[in-house]
Design a protein around this ligand. Structure first.
Ligand code: FES
Ligand code: FES
Length: 145
């Protein structure tokens, strides 16, 4: 099927298998490997991207159902305050969950999420960190909020 996407500000017109997920399209076809495949089942949030400003798990999103959408991946953020806050607060260990955490946090703040630690934990509950960097992740998001 024909698919048209605007990804990180660039137009892409693609011929895709209708079964391909947005995550596989980004990673395997377009080389945008910042979005990670953790569980491939919608449970870890490592693949979180923004589609028309809303955060979604790209592993459960069929690419063709986002025809015409504006997609932003971690590669599309440029010197974002959240990126600097994650570094300053040491909000990662292995870093595998980090792109998804940051994209989800961008969505959380865009939704009007505030700096209360409990609200951040609830708002970010779809993003798991196997290294357990949660305390510093919450601090980083809280600072930007
Ligand atoms: S890889 Fe998409 S939620 Fe885990
Ligand atoms: S930093 Fe390793 S999984 Fe989060």
């Amino acid at each position: 099927m024909d698919l048209s996407l605007r990804i990180n500000g660039s137009e892409h017109v693609l011929d895709v298998d209708p079964r391909v997920t947005l995550l596989d399209l980004l990673r395997e076809r377009l080389g945008l490997t910042g979005s990670k495949k953790g569980c491939d089942q919608g449970q870890c949030g490592a693949c979180t991207v923004l589609a028309d400003g809303r955060r979604i798990v790209a592993c459960l999103a069929l690419a063709v159902s986002y025809d015409g959408a504006e997609v932003v991946t971690i590669e599309g953020l440029e010197d974002h305050p959240l990126q600097r806050a994650f570094i300053e607060h040491d909000a990662f260990q292995c870093g595998y969950c980090t792109p998804g955490q940051i994209m989800s946090a961008v969505g959380y703040l865009a939704e009007g999420g505030g700096g209360d630690p409990g609200a951040i934990r609830e708002g970010m509950s779809g993003n798991l960190c196997r290294c357990g960097a949660y305390v510093n992740i919450v601090a980083a998001i809280g600072e930007v909020a």
